[in-house]
Ligand binder design. Structure first.
Ligand code: ADP
Ligand code: MG
Ligand code: ZN
Length: 477
């Protein structure tokens, strides 16, 4: 029997706010354990939560980006459970009325565009972090993360393959980063995903029993974990067995999932509206302010780049993968209307430099105007491609102006025909044997002579002029 996988994803995105969701403690990552704490996030009796308005703004931006319906009045609820990383004994989340529902995004996988429904987006607080010390009989708890704001984005069971799941996650991550609300770092845990998966016979409409995979912390693992679980469930169903509704923990080192617990149900959590927090009313001004902060989204922007500049899908995707990079490209265009050359210089030398130094475009002291000026010098034949790369290196280090670097280092392209003629004579007299071979028909040696001339001038000679001059000299003598 052939089975169809059905997948629904729950994504937790940590919001990049300065402070936590219900207190003034810093939400920054990496501080000494328990240094970002106060009575509110430690759950001291009598302390009261105060909602951080930035969290609402960020959640609204994501809701708008995913075309959700926004609940003008929404509520916080307590999700009750005991765990040592949760000092209050409950997590403040949203349950019956989340901030947003009924959205969707379009994803592309295997050359097809598919729409995936978004059931809901809700705001909640993160729990603390437990460190188990296997060598010693103890666990450590760090409450710095307690109360750091999250949004949870729950998808409809619309995803049909591990590949689509990967595409969905990448798309969401890209949108979050474009909105500037989450850094999307899966390894550091600021972007996490639980995957629900079931199988059903091809053509069947009702959903099968699902399991939930937790603890998947990289894009590579998500597809692997789903493939594993598809094989496992298919094996059981083929033998006439039944899938047990349970939560599985993915073990990346062993490449398999182990049962963590039987599936908990909503009623196990005794949800109820949090009496310490009034219902949240989204007024039109708030909504308008958040709407202003939603830029052109990566999907439409990518398609616009493809069409307006005739870029390949891969090039457009790479440029748009980071908002800052796409913005840099478009700012350069304002000074130099040559999209193809700009794209080539950004994707090649510029990204090469950034990657080598482990930097992002935001760290670069090069303005779009001066980058465009450099590309214009190359296009106008004022500097060769190879010297231009070293000019760019200098610019990236010091923020210097390209014209000045070219002048100071004497890198301007030599286009003076008498200088090139002398250079050609010099090369041909030094390589007499090769010149003779050329005249006997080995014309591919032309490239060799040009290479020597470029080497001699450290890339400064105009290669076209050099090539033409040498060929003329060889053919007339
Ligand atoms: P829970 O409260 O247990 O997390 P939800 O109803 O909120 O359950 O659903 C969680 C996720 O599971 C959603 O992304 C949803 O699309 C997905 N899901 C629900 N039923 C199935 C199923 N039969 N197969 C695969 N995914 C499912
Ligand atoms: Mg869930
Ligand atoms: Zn606090």
């Amino acid at each position: 029997m052939e089975f169809e996988p059905v997948i629904g994803l729950e994504v937790h995105a940590q919001l990049k706010t300065e402070s936590k969701i219900f207190c003034g403690c810093s939400a920054a990552f990496g501080a000494p354990p328990n240094s970002h704490t106060c009575p509110v996030c430690l759950g001291m009796p009598g302390s009261l939560p105060v909602l951080n308005s930035k969290v609402v703004d960020y959640a609204l931006r994501m809701a708008l980006a995913m075309d959700c319906r926004i609940n003008r009045e929404n509520r916080f609820a307590r999700k009750n459970y005991f765990y040592p990383d949760l000092p209050k004994g409950y997590q403040i989340s949203q349950y019956e009325i989340p901030i947003a529902e009924h959205g969707h995004i379009d994803i592309e996988a295997g050359g097809k565009i598919r729409r995936v429904g978004v059931t809901r987006i809700h705001m909640e607080e993160d729990a603390g972090k437990l460190t188990h010390d296997p060598g010693r009989d103890r666990s450590l708890v760090d409450f710095n993360r307690t109360g750091v704001p999250l949004i949870e984005i729950v998808s409809e069971p619309d995803i049909r393959s591990p590949e689509e799941a990967g595409a969905y996650l990448r798309e969401i991550r890209m949108i979050l980063r474009h909105l500037g609300i989450c850094d999307g770092n899966m390894e550091e845990g600021s972007f996490r995903c639980d995957a629900n998966i079931s199988l059903r016979p091809k053509g069947e409409k009702t959903l099968g029993t699902r399991t939930e995979l937790k603890n998947i912390n990289s894009f590579k693992h998500i597809e692997k974990a789903l493939q594993y679980e598809i094989r496992r469930q298919a094996g059981i169903l083929t033998e006439g067995g039944k899938i047990v509704r349970e939560t599985l923990l993915w073990d990346a080192a062993k490449n398999r999932a182990a049962s963590m617990r039987g599936k908990e149900e909503a009623h196990d959590y005794r949800y109820f509206p949090d009496p310490d927090l009034v219902p949240l009313v989204i007024d039109p001004d708030m909504l308008a302010a958040s709407e202003k902060e939603v830029p052109e989204l990566p999907g439409p922007r990518m398609r616009r780049f493809e069409e307006a500049f005739s870029f390949s899908r891969e090039d457009a995707r790479r440029l748009v993968s980071e908002k800052e990079l796409a913005d840099f490209f478009e700012d350069c265009l304002k000074s130099l209307n040559d999209p193809k050359q700009l794209k080539n210089w950004i994707m090649g030398p510029l990204l090469g430099l950034l990657n080598a130094g482990g930097n992002t475009i935001a760290d670069l002291p090069v303005s779009p105007e001066s980058f465009a000026a450099l590309v214009r010098f190359v296009a106008d034949g004022k500097v060769g491609a190879a010297p231009a790369r070293s000019v760019l290196e200098e610019m990236a280090e010091t923020g210097a102006d390209p014209g000045e670097v070219i002048r100071e280092k004497g890198l301007a392209q030599v286009t003076d025909s008498s200088a090139i003629s002398d250079l050609a004579d010099d090369i041909l007299s030094r390589f007499e044997k090769e010149a003779a071979e050329y005249k006997n028909g080995k014309t591919k040696l032309l490239g060799f002579f040009v290479g020597q001339a470029m080497k001699e001038t450290r890339g400064k000679a105009d290669p076209k002029l050099v090539s033409r001059t040498i060929r003329e000299k060889l053919e007339e003598s």
